[in-house]
Design a protein around this ligand. Structure first.
Ligand SMILES: [Zn+2]
Ligand SMILES: [Zn+2]
Length: 320
């Protein structure tokens, strides 16, 4: 438990154990008695489009898109379209492009979905009184965003918010990975791993096919340009495949153990009731196991988004 530096003095008389939690950066995460508050973040999540104004994250997220589009270009225009086998091109093209679209959709959903932010500055006297805490019940206040910190929430210094079940902040998706967008992040890593493996396989086949014949017959580009494009694609694919496959495995492991990356690194003893294996997966992906788990478009309400008023910007969110 933290010192009383950030104690909410006005509430101290009524709740002597009330104290503040430290953020992720301080390395002294506080674990306390839960304050059931599962509705706090929902209004903001439903009414606004979440976007983090972080220049590093925006550059990384744009790079991710450019690299996927580069892979699309090489696979389609260097390998598949010049290929003499119609069915080979059609089937591989359909598979690769579909997975690439799903990867990019998952990326956008991860980036633009509220990861489970706790409303800023809700640690007011009125709000605390409304909680009707039992004697001895402990709650935590985040000193940085002045919010009541639910159990398993951590403060992210980039998002400048406390995030429920924060796993980590990922600059490649320019967002935190938390309770509400973890499923899209898992899909993003899965689809990127799939298209990277697919691109590597296609490159291997292309190299072996072209070695047997003249390179000129094999591609519309000159042999030198084709080889350079393919080598860069292979390097990119190896790097992405390794990174995303490891990340995908780690995420599935975390979900099946109902433990976030932060909790694992901090070796926190669970004070929550763990939802193991399929229960953990169901909690993150929603509903019983089905192909819908692989759908990054789930829960989209385009009509509702378009009907919302334009203009107001505030903090790391803006209305649409
Ligand atoms: Zn905070
Ligand atoms: Zn963050």
């Amino acid at each position: 438990m933290q010192s009383s530096n950030h104690r909410l003095r006005e509430m101290e008389q009524h709740h002597p154990l009330l104290s503040a939690g430290a953020d992720v950066e301080s390395g002294t995460l506080a674990a306390g008695v839960i304050v059931g508050n599962t509705h706090m973040g929902q209004a903001a999540g439903n009414r606004t489009l979440w976007f983090i104004h972080d220049s590093c994250g925006m550059v990384c997220a744009t790079m991710t898109w450019l690299l996927v589009l580069y892979a699309e270009f090489v696979v389609n225009f260097v390998m598949l379209l010049p290929s003499k086998s119609f069915w080979y091109s059609l089937l591989n093209g359909a598979a690769f492009n579909s997975f690439a679209v799903l990867a990019l959709a998952s990326h956008v959903r991860t980036m633009l979905t509220d990861p489970g932010a706790v409303p800023k500055g809700n640690a007011t006297k009125e709000y605390m009184e409304g909680l009707q805490l039992k004697p001895g019940e402990v709650i935590y206040k985040c000193p940085k965003c002045c919010s009541i910190k639910p159990e398993r929430a951590h403060h992210c210094s980039i998002c400048k918010r406390c995030i429920r079940k924060m796993d980590h902040h990922c600059p490649w998706v320019n967002n935190c990975v938390g309770e509400k967008n973890q499923r899209f992040f898992v899909l993003f890593t899965m689809y990127i791993a799939l298209i990277s493996g697919h691109a590597l396989g296609l490159s291997g086949v292309h190299f072996f096919t072209c070695i047997k014949v003249q390179w000129n017959e094999c591609s519309d580009f000159s042999p030198g340009v084709s080889v350079l494009l393919l080598i860069f694609l292979c390097l990119e694919a190896i790097l992405f495949l390794t990174f995303t496959a490891v990340m995908f495995g780690t995420q599935i492991h975390s979900i099946c153990n109902d433990e976030t990356e932060i909790e694992r690194l901090k070796n926190e003893k669970p004070t929550w009731e763990r939802r193991m294996r399929w229960d953990g997966m169901k909690a993150v992906f929603g509903g019983p196991p089905s192909l819908l788990w692989c759908n990054p478009f789930t829960g989209l309400r385009l009509r509702r988004l378009m009907l919302l008023p334009h203009g107001r910007r505030g903090g790391s969110e803006f209305s649409v």
